[in-house]
Design a protein around this ligand. Structure first.
Ligand code: DLZ
Length: 158
């Protein structure tokens, strides 16, 4: 998570492998699409910055964050990708849905990482309010999408 001392978009470019021969899948949730769209822009531009070709970055949308698990599983089974990134945003509201969705997605993606042949990178923002989400999707604390792209490249190399 971003903190006052850690900006999500700050990283050592020297430590990021060349991604020009890599292929990435991105699953992005439509809920809170102002935020998830910004996460997607960050992820794609950072992958391309490190050499990934646009034709090797495949984006699929799912309705909400809970569906990211299924989407990531389908992409991981496809066999074409070196890594898959999930992008979603759950904002705490007046509903217990927040806890259920956050726990469900966290568990689902963690489990997928133990069974999948490729890494699944966890780009789920879980915030108290919209401002915190904006801060982490290209705002004052950087962009979680950038961080996920860097992690996807590193883990694909791993
Ligand atoms: C139902 C729901 C709620 C209340 N909040 C969010 C949210 O903040 N972010 C998000 O990505 N999705 C939310 N959803 C939708 C669920 O993820 C899911 O799409 C539905 O429960 C249908 O399975």
């Amino acid at each position: 998570m971003a903190t006052a001392l850690h900006n999500l978009s700050d990283y050592d470019t020297e430590k990021v492998p060349d991604a020009s021969n890599m292929c990435f899948g991105i699953v992005v949730a439509e809920w809170n699409k102002e935020i998830t769209g910004a996460l997607l822009n960050g992820a794609v531009s950072t992958l391309e910055k490190h050499g990934a070709l646009p034709e090797n970055i495949h984006v699929k949308t799912v309705p909400g964050s809970f569906e990211l698990i299924y989407g990531a599983r389908q992409m991981s089974l496809n066999g074409n990708y070196d890594a898959v990134i999930i992008l979603g945003c759950v904002i705490r509201g007046e509903t217990p849905h927040f806890d259920y969705i956050c726990e469900g997605v966290t568990y689902g993606i963690a489990r997928l990482n133990t069974t999948s042949e490729i890494p699944i990178i966890f780009g789920l923002l879980t915030t108290e309010d919209l401002q915190q989400a904006k801060d982490r999707s290209g705002g004052r604390l950087g962009n979680k999408g950038d961080e996920c792209a860097v992690d996807a490249i590193k883990m694909a190399k791993f």
